[in-house]
Design a protein around this ligand. Structure first.
Ligand code: HGY
Ligand code: MN
Ligand code: MN
Length: 410
């Protein structure tokens, strides 16, 4: 039996660890709010009888010990970091909901054969270092530990310095998991899209997780006095970046796929004075599709457009790829398990593709992986009015508990 009142109260408490006032949640990797939230969760894990350990990058592993320690454990989990001005459910329901699933199984007297790890992944959001899924990327062997160690935030703090300050030490080379370290991984998450709510479907069973790529483009122009530099003589870095941002939108529209999305979410210009022609601009582009070839087609179109803009405006460009990840295919046997768990409870379900990326994208490189989605109001996410009803949340946790029960008993 899911104690939904306790779960919603815990989600409310967790949301208070935020550097923005309620209802917004902002919880950036290794900030005071993140560290305090991790401490609070570690106590919650311990109260549920879970043994907690962490790795060198701050991934937390809360283990429910099974009777047969020779069996490969199963895993679930998600993230609790939050981008600026976000909501209280993204990631959180996959961590706090997993604890509730374990408590529900404990109350019914279930004894696991196989152990379970609830994983709290470090930095699923790219906010601190510009790279998403930092913890799961390292766990999945998708990021060179030496490259990770040298990551710097906007204030030139390195990952090594920040993780040490947060109390995590040891070589990052010890973080990657071996292939098959878990028998499987299932993540509970909000849909962050409108489809389940629109069609009144209770549970989403992910078949695929979209392929994210991110680029940082730096444009250098000539700048100058806003009054003295006549229009034909300008090499305006800001306008060149603006044209490239529009090319991102055009490229996303013009692929053959409705799943291609392109976003210029970071747009900085220097010197940022009203009476000075921008001499430098930095834009960061998030480009996704569920199909790699289609995403690559969009990337090529953007690069070609950018080259033409740069040549015409007489500016220079540096193009840096932050990440360029393939999509993940979810494990059919876990997808079917999610569907049958929903069916057994009388919940409707639908197979879907996740347009957002998740830590599951990288856990799929370690073991069979799948995701359970629950609907969120209007599909809103990454905004303070993100909302999941207690009923929808309870259904997601119940299905997670049923999937875990089968996996731990198997
Ligand atoms: O951006 C994403 O897809 C995830 O919410 N970090
Ligand atoms: Mn997110
Ligand atoms: Mn998330």
């Amino acid at each position: 039996m899911i104690d939904i009142d306790r779960l919603t109260a815990e989600i409310e408490t967790l949301s208070e660890f935020s550097s923005y006032p309620s209802p917004a949640v902002t919880r950036v990797l290794f900030s005071k709010e993140d560290c305090d939230a991790r401490d609070w969760l570690a106590r919650m894990f311990a109260d549920a009888g879970l043994a907690v350990r962490s790795d060198a990058v701050g991934n937390l592993f809360a283990r429910w010990a099974g009777r047969d320690v020779t069996r490969v454990p199963f895993a679930t989990g998600s993230h609790i970091d939050a981008i600026p001005n976000a909501g209280k459910y993204d990631g959180v329901i996959g961590v706090v909901g997993a604890v509730e699933a374990v408590r529900a199984l404990q109350v019914k007297g279930f004894q696991p054969e196989r152990s379970l790890d609830i994983i709290l992944f470090t930095a699923e959001e790219p906010t601190r270092f510009g790279l998403g899924c930092l913890g799961s990327r390292l766990l999945g062997g998708a990021l060179d530990p030496a490259v990770a160690a040298a990551l710097e935030d906007a204030e030139q703090n390195t990952l090594d310095a920040l993780r040490a300050r947060a109390g995590f030490s040891g070589p990052l080379s010890g973080v990657p998991l071996r292939q098959g370290a878990y028998s499987g991984f299932v993540e509970l998450h909000i849909e962050q899209g409108p489809l389940l709510e629109r069609d009144q479907i209770d549970i989403g069973a992910m078949e695929k997780i979209a392929a994210p790529a991110a680029f940082r483009i730096t444009i250098t122009g000539e700048g100058g006095h806003a009054g003295a530099v006549l229009m034909p003589d300008r090499h305006d870095a800001g306008l060149a970046a603006a044209e490239i941002a529009l090319a991102v939108e055009r490229a996303a529209f013009e692929t053959s796929s409705p799943d291609t999305v392109g976003t210029t979410g970071v747009f900085l210009i220097e010197p940022g004075a009203i009476n000075s022609v921008p001499c430098r601009a930095v834009i960061e582009i998030d480009l996704r599709d569920t199909d790699l070839a289609t995403r690559s087609q969009a990337e090529i179109a953007i690069r070609e457009a950018a080259d033409a803009v740069v040549a015409r405006r007489g500016v220079s460009m540096e193009w840096a790829t932050i990440n360029s990840d393939p999509p993940a295919i979810c494990a059919p046997e876990l997808v079917e398990r999610i569907e049958s768990a929903a069916k057994d409870r009388g919940f409707s379900s639908r197979r879907m593709i996740s347009r957002a990326y998740h830590d599951s994208l990288f856990m799929a490189r370690v073991c069979p992986t799948a995701m359970i989605f629950v609907p969120c109001r209007n599909g809103w996410s990454h905004r303070p009015d993100e909302y999941v009803s207690p009923e929808a949340l309870a259904r997601g946790v119940a299905v997670l508990a049923d999937v875990i029960e089968v996996q731990l008993g198997a």
